[in-house]
Each structure stands twice: as structure tokens, then as C-alpha cells.
Design a protein around this ligand. Sequence first.
Ligand SMILES: NC(=O)c1ccc[n+]([C@@H]2O[C@H](COP(=O)([O-])OP(=O)(O)OC[C@H]3O[C@@H](n4cnc5c(N)ncnc54)[C@H](O)[C@@H]3O)[C@@H](O)[C@H]2O)c1
Length: 483
Amino acid sequence: MNRDMNFKNQAKQPVISSICCIGAGYVGGPTMAVMAKKCPHIKVTVVDTNSKRIDEWNSDDFDKLPVYEPGLKEIVCETRGRNLFFSTDIDSAICNAEMIFISVNTPTKDYGLGRGMAADLKYIELCARRIAQVSNGDKIIVEKSTLPVRTAESLKTILESEDARHTFKILSNPEFLAEGTAVNDLLEPDRVLIGGEQDEQGQAAVNALVGIYLNWIPSEKIITTRIWSSELSKLTANAFLAQRISSVNAISALCEKTGADVDEVAKAIGMDSRIGHKFLKSSVGFGGSCFQKDILNLVYLCRHFNLPEVADYWESVIKINDYQRKRFAKQIIEDLFNTVSGKKIAFLGWAFKKDTNDTRESAAIYVAYELLQDRAEIHVYDPKVSAQQIIGDMKNMLQQNGNQSFDEISQLIHVYNDPCEALDKAHAIAVLTEWDEFKTLDWEKIYRSMYKPAFIFDGRNILDATMLRKTGFVIKAVGKQGI
Ligand SMILES: NC(=O)c1ccc[n+]([C@@H]2O[C@H](COP(=O)([O-])OP(=O)(O)OC[C@H]3O[C@@H](n4cnc5c(N)ncnc54)[C@H](O)[C@@H]3O)[C@@H](O)[C@H]2O)c1
């Protein structure tokens, strides 16, 4: 089927009946599932080179979808096979779509120029070349992935040099969903941001995407901007959010020294309407695939544009996060009489936050790494993360740090399906993810099963410290004085 929209002869916005999304990950999967639900008249095909991931999206058992998000499986159940399809046939999906979302990963570069800072755009570039090679008509290309400023320009150059026959209009439509609340964020976003080229064809493309979102988003929540403002807004949003966490975490260290309580401070400042109460929860540090990489990317851009002071300012947000994770691990070692060698440290949680199975950049990995250096035994329970994932995360972490002795160290990591087994005969418990179920564990039974003094290090400040102290635990929480 040739879906040539022919921008050149089109005064009004193109009508979209078929969408392709390249990248079936944490963004591509949920985003397209919600779009398919809200636009039953549009065929949505999500493609990926990873056939295992596509098989999981097509699994008959909806509990085996590759992404766990509250409410997601119900939407996939409703739409899959109706107007939502998952496939590895990328070329056909590109050909049959008028609009192509690019939702592939954009990790921090781990080689060559910009190593450790710049975004690695190789997956984006591969998508652009593929689109240019197989396209059979004009297309609207939507950047859903988070990209450095002016990437749209590079995309356009690649597309037009590979294929001069067709017109490609590039839009930036960054995704602001947060894992754990992705479905809700997609159904009722604070805003939808669409950046486009300012010419007539560019605006027609913007209007086509606006038309899709209008199926469920009120028009006043849809913001249209120039393309580079949109790209920069996404990096800036993540930098501001992470900065709030690092700010409150920096204050948590001072609270511990002075006897102030970080939750009380956060409440007091959060009620100031100029500050607001969100993202003021102190913790062992932020994780997730986005904050660190997007700030590093911002820092790289600032250095590239010769703005060293601006770069240093944003880099400090990451430095505080590193400090917070290390500080937490150090506290555990110090309190356990300066060594954790041969001691059982039970981890409650491995995911980077609750209600997701995503572990990328999770604080748990960093804390485990520090404790393993001191030869602790790590016993992990997480309700949604598999043993394979946890062991894999640790292996990657050790390799990244030049530590090749994984086989030996892997003997020190144990994963459980039952929290009580993970906590049995532990010397200390570390809460690394704020899963709600941890609050209601049978803490008296756990206390009886542990070595004494029975330590709890609450890295998320979710447990009832007063009650636990009465039970007999020695509990340390972030930004609060110990006993
Ligand atoms: N995860 C989040 O919370 C979040 C939120 C907002 C924005 N983002 C941004 O969205 C983008 C995607 O993030 P994600 O978390 O979904 O990543 P992900 O790693 O979960 O998914 C990316 C998918 O793209 C696939 N892929 C890579 N190259 C491909 C190619 N050439 N052809 C086909 N498929 C290809 C991979 O196999 C993978 O399945 C990133 O730029 C990220 O920064 C993520």
C-alpha cells in the first residue's frame, strides 16, 4: 500500500490513518498502547529489532509483557490485535505509515568522542537511514526519544541525503511520562509538547500530530513550539526534576548532622506555593534511565557551546546523587562495626522506583557495588524484578568498573521470591525501593529472625521508624538522626 501524503500539494494537514513506532521499550510500548486506545480509527504498529521483546509484547499471558506498569496490561488486552500491533517487520511498518515515531534508546556514549557524557545517537541514525531507504512516500517523523538540541537537523540531513524523492517533516514530541505512573501520565498529561519547523509544511505536520492528541487531550494542554525549544525543554525538565532531588538530598546530609528532620523541612518548604511539594522526597538517590544521561547530555552541550560555568552547575546535580548513594553504603558499613564482610545485608527492592520493573541506574546497584567491595553478602527481594535481571545488573556494574572477578563475586548475591526468606538471619536490612508492600511486612517476626542489633537502613523513608524502634530495631533513615 502506498501511503504517499504528498506534502507539496497539500495545503491542509495530512490525515493520519496509520502510525509506526520504532522502539518497543518503556516509552514506545505504553505510549502507543494509549494512542491506540484513544484513536481506534488509527492503526498503530510498534516495531523493534529485539524479537524477544516483540514476542513478549505478543504474549498470550498478559503478565509476561516486557514492561510492568499499573493499568498497562488492561489497555494492551483491549487494543492488541484491534488497532495495536507489535512486529519485527520494520520495513513494512515504515512503508505503511504516514507518521513514524522514533522511540529508540539514546544512552550515554561509552566510547570515543563525548564518552561518558554525550548521547549516543547511533540507534537514531540507524532509524533515519532505514526510513529513508524503504520509504515509498512523504512521511512525518516524530522524535519521541530524548535527544540533544538540534538533532532534528541531523535527522533531516540524513533523510534528505539518502532519499531526495520524498519530503520528510521532522517533529519533536518529547515524552514526559514517569515510569510507575506511565499509563496515567499518558492518559492525563500535564501538557503535550510538539516542536516543528516554522514553514507551511512544517506547521501542517504539527497540526497532524495535534489532531491525533486532540482525541483525548484538551487543546489548552497541547503546546506547539519551534523544534529546538521542544528538544531543549525535555532535557531541561529532567535537569530541573533531578536538581530538586539532589537539592533535598544535600539538605538531608545537613539534617543528619544537626538534628533536623528532612521530611519536616521538605513539608515546610513544599507548602510555599513558589516551591511546591513534588519531588522533595529525600532518598538514597535518583535512578532510572533518564535523569543522569539527560543531565550529562546537557552538560556536554554546555561545554560544547563553551559555557563551562553552566556545565559545572548542572554537573553538580549528578555529583550530589553519587555522593548520596556512597554515603548510604558507607553508613551501613560504619554502623555494622566498620565491616560487612561475610554479613548478610538484605535488600528490600531493586527497581529504581516502585511500580516498575525497570532497574536502569537503580540506586540499589550502586549501593550493592559499594557493599560488595567490603565483601558483604547481598540478599535481594523485589516484587517485580527477576533474579536474572539483578545478576545481570551486577555483572555489568562490575565490568564497567574494571572488576573481572564476577564469578567469585556472584556467589555473594542471592535473590528471593519471598521477602521473609531474604530477611531471615540478616545482619541488616536496606530499603532501596519504596514498594508499598514493605510497609506492611510482619516486622515483629522479621525482628525475631534477625541477628541483633537488628539494623534497618531506610533509603526511602517509608517505614514507621517509631514503631520499628519499639519493636527493637536500630533504624537509620535518610536525613534523620539515628537513635
Ligand atoms: N523510560 C522513561 O521513563 C523515559 C521517559 C521519557 C523519555 N524517555 C526517552 O525515550 C527513549 C526510549 O526510552 P526507553 O526507556 O523506551 O528505552 P528502551 O531501551 O526501553 O527501548 C528502546 C527500544 O528501541 C529498540 N531499538 C533500538 N534501536 C532500534 C532500531 N534501530 N530499530 C528498531 N528498534 C530499535 C531497542 O531494541 C529497545 O527495545 C529514550 O530516548 C529515553 O531517554 C524515556
